[in-house]
Design a binder for this molecule. Sequence first.
Ligand code: NOJ
Ligand code: CA
Length: 711
Amino acid sequence: MKIATLQITFLLCVALAITGCRETQTDYSVSSPDGHIVVDLALSNSGQPYYRVNYKDQTVIDTSFMSFDFKDLPSLKDNFKIVNTATGTFDESWDMPWGEQLSVRNNYNELIVNLEEQSEAKRRLSIHFKVYDDGLGFRYEFPEQPNLNEVLITDENTQFNLNGDHKVWWIPGDWDIYEHVYNETKFSEIDAITKQNHPNLSATYIPENAVNTPVTMKTDEGLYLSFHEADLTNYSGMTLKVDHSNLDMVSELVGSERLGAKAKLTVPFNTPWRTIQIAERAGDLIESKLALNLNDPNEIGAVDYFTPMKYVGIWWEMHIGKSTWDMEGSQDMSTWMEGKEGGTRHGATTENAKKYIDFASAYGIRGLLVEGWNTGWDKWISNDREGVFDFMTPYADYDFDDVRDYAKSKNVEIIMHHETSAAPLTYEKQMDQAYDFMKSNGINSVKTGYVGKIIPRGEYHHGQWMVNHYHKVLVETAKKKIAVNAHEPIKATGKRRTYPNAIAREGLRGQEFNAWATDGGNPPSHLPTVAFTRMLSGPIDFTPGVFNIKFNEYKESNQVNTTLAHQLALYVVIYSPIQMACDLPEHYMLDGKIHPAFQFISDVGVDWQQTKVLDGEVGDFVVIARQERNTGDWFVGGITDENEREQSVSFNFLEEGKTYDATLYRDGADAHWDNNPQDYDIEKMELTKASDVTINMAPGGGFAISIVERK
Ligand code: NOJ
Ligand code: CA
């Protein structure tokens, strides 16, 4: 078994020190390598385990209890004794096959506390802490034992007792979708229930006043905290239930009505890691690799079949209503569930695909996504969605082979699209053939989708059953050497370390909401919030790059709520090894020529040697610099919320003694996300390590810089 092998290796590497049986129920503690974070574990008078977390002289998590409730079994809660404990220390560096940086340091101290019930059943449970300089993770390990075999978990009760009424950036603890606007409130003001009115969501289920993770907080003392989980495998996603009176949160797992419980497990098993990031600087939250380090190393070998890339797609045009996914032309995103008159406006035609291929190959874009190429879209949002999609049969007006050959001749890579319409059983039946079909046509990556309520009913997108489905997709695609970009996914929990074919995912309110939401779309503060919340979990397929910001010729009542320069900055700010240039090819043209600002999209990297968050405040603004692998070029992106900002950028990350040629794309003097979003300026500059530049960001604006060493 994999787990056993890993533990043995681990024992060998770190010379785990068993401290032996102890009679006394004292505190056990473990601190981070730099000593700043201290975690204690102890038993209460009733024998219930609790933990506390301190950072320097501050209590971050006060006395917080841990227990499990099961169906048809007594709870695992109190009456425990500590049998023994083990401690260890670990320090290694590993390379990311693609990522925000090449090398990642994995350095922690750990404590394993082995507990046993003082009852006849003598049930056993271990609590395993790993404490890093940038936070901690802990998980429950259920060892093999005579009196515990199969368990139906009805509740995992992991408490996070906050030491104050922190400011919180949160989305509701929806069991089906993460596509909500972030709220910024005091902890005591979190109200996930009455914010349930989400007209554009095809799936929403928020049973409790709970939040989804990552959830980020700022204490009155200015400390940043973010709560999440790592290595979510064969378990249910964790939301955090909010208790205003005690200022604490308790884990609330996503359930299953079919199971009548939250999760079903066979002992031995480990839960995912419950993680707490701790940082003095907001930007350090983004630089942290905690969740990745808590996952197992790569298990699928080289992923050289995937090259990080930019891509265009027959995509935005459906969202803004120019064309449709189905050939009949009846499905429209703006009316969502209703049909629309108007005859055939099918987007995925051979001719249209060739138009995108020509554009991509002319302007340095490697990939092309084609949505609506396969049959089934006329019924994809019907009630009975089982068996609707066919992942191998193209529509009659899409000549699959012709497009494939044309793309190849122009050096453009096709990205497959599998919208499952949340009918995963239909997908599982076809996936083997569908993946073979892809590979036999030279297609190495797929965008999957799960729009709608899950069939079978009673399961939720974020429950164990779907967690296992998403995992199965990763395993099966890895076998066939296929990379996956999942929409309506389970949240990222660092599994890309183990399965680096998990290249990106949605799992947030993406650009598409700007095209059809009736609530005004994503506010200007959206991405400055996402950078410190959703992005902490992993790569995002946000699909930036709208140049025709208002698209009034298609939809008068919708627009993107940022400036054009903000859209450019997103290629650096939002991390993903695939980045879409999502607008229509014609919107990237100006007077018959390529738009001058498109040069940045052509140039910007997608795979990084290193990343530095230069400045930022959650929900307000963020400035990130990333150095491209192979070329060594630097790119900087800065975005602001609805507030204008004078941002000073110092370039001390550049190398001493070298001169660089930079191109700055910034908001024009009169730019404004609403009044004048397309006003931009381009400026050439010479930079050295000593350079300091002040750049004005307009309301909802931003800037992007490309920096190339002068040779
Ligand atoms: C929702 C996805 O987020 C979007 O990218 C896709 O175009 C539609 N579903 C159709 O699959
Ligand atoms: Ca979506």
